[in-house]
Design a protein around this ligand. Sequence first.
Ligand code: ATP
Length: 301
Amino acid sequence: MKRKICYILNPISGTGSKDMLSNVVAKETLKAGIAFQFFPSVASGDYSFLFDTITEERYTDVVIIGGDGTVNQVIDSLKHLPVRFGIIPSGSGNGLAFGAGIPKTPVKALKVIFKNRWMPVDGFRVNGKFACMLCGLGFDAKVAHDFANAPQRGLMTYVNQVFKNFFGAKPYLFKIKLAETQFETGAYFISIANSNQFGNHFTIAPKASLNDGLLDVVIVTEQSKMAMLYNTLIQIGGMNKVQAVEAVRKKRGIIYFQTSSIRISNRNEAPMHIDGEPVATEKKLNIEIEKSCFNLLSDYL
Ligand SMILES: Nc1ncnc2c1ncn2[C@@H]1O[C@H](COP(=O)(O)OP(=O)(O)OP(=O)(O)O)[C@@H](O)[C@H]1O
């Protein structure tokens, strides 16, 4: 079947000029001899208006020009259609794209798309809500909420929000429930990761794979701020080993394990984000992997 690309471009993601970017994309796609059309992203995140167009006009690929929030919304809306998804990273973090080895430079990202190689990727559900990259509770979610209210996007705004929040950060109380064990712990934040990173190559879950059927859970427990900084560096550096799930228990420092499902009682209603987008938090969370639920254009495998 002849390829036809539906580009969905978010005009407000990240900080770069979208006019320049769409010109590059159009020029390179024409050069590659592939039919295409641009569609704007929508703030509601509901792309059902594209169902008929994609089916009737036989689009084979949907390529998102945006960040993780847009990637989440587009894939959640359209993954039941027989299309492959691609990403031209142009958000502030780009955690899924970078986790899948997609380059930041648009021309290089387009090369990956034109190669037409893809891999199945897992998603997961948080109380039924779709996630493809990362769900966070606590500190990083507070940062995501403040970032969403900031007048500007981009990496520098994100870094500013991290510093602003760091000194006032407090631990929240959680109960972790796994098939194998359960325990209560105070924690600054919990990351439930499918991609290995928050974005910007900040690898909070260095052993995470996009298609192993497992979520990497990282619990940064109650400890001094200095110890938290030190242990987070150890975690990012890949020196904190993944524990066997049967051996997971309450401990100081950072708890790191892999599981296909987890239940969390969020006792103090710690704030929550899904794929970097702030969402209303919930007291009881049921989180489950959705194995190989979409195909991503990537030559990473
Ligand atoms: N046309 C639009 N107008 C206003 N907002 C939009 C529009 N399209 C999408 N959005 C919103 O833009 C927000 C941010 O998008 P996105 O996640 O792509 O960028 P980012 O936050 O800068 O990057 P990242 O998530 O990688 O950090 C999402 O909440 C999405 O709903």
